[in-house]
Design a protein. Sequence first.
Length: 256
Amino acid sequence: MSASGRLRAFLIDDEPLALKRLARMLEATGRVEIVGRATDPVEGLRQVGAQPVEVLFLDIHMPGLSGFQVVERVPPGPAVVFTTAHDEHAVQAFEVNALDYLLKPIERARLDRALDRIAARRVETGDELKTALDRLARHLRGPAFLDQLASRLRDRVQLVPVDQVTHVLARDRATYAVTAHAEHMLDMTLAELERRLDPARFLRIHRAVLVNVAWVGELRAGEDGHLAVCLKDPRRTELAVARDRARALKERLGLV
């Protein structure tokens, strides 16, 4: 613990906006001193090993090293709090483990509870950490997120890389993956795709639309107060945002 009595925390997340938002929320609690942050897990590991750290806030899905791989390499000592965009079924799996988690978009009340648990537990032993990590990893393993979507044509199947998909929409009892230049009809429902696409990349903004956050260029407010996203595609496509989805979108973009 620092001289001020606050927990010494280090943050690792490959999304700069998510990292910035978490840091802002932790500082607002007055209970945490952020001693470092990194978007590169390898660099983060180096920094964590070079200074006293009591709690490590760690994203799970990162390029290079996953959150699990970081924990396997981190020096003994820090408590670990995973941050994740997994759905509610995976979140339930976290509840039976000694390790804590924060579901993105992170809520202040949930963050406070995590800090309470850390303060009560302080430091996990190496064996406890490994056992909890193994249980957590088993729960979260399963079908990998889709990296391609299959669109059936008459005599062939076209595979569309998901990073080229600007959004997915349901229309006229069919589902379409939309790219910058075309629409591709899919066999899967929107609900199935929401489960199979990486939630760190795709966010439901309307009952009929999943948007690829990487393709969001602007947020616009209409005269009626409704939000719309403007995509980075050549058409500058605008997609309506449902009122009950607006806050989650703003949080994902680091605007709240």
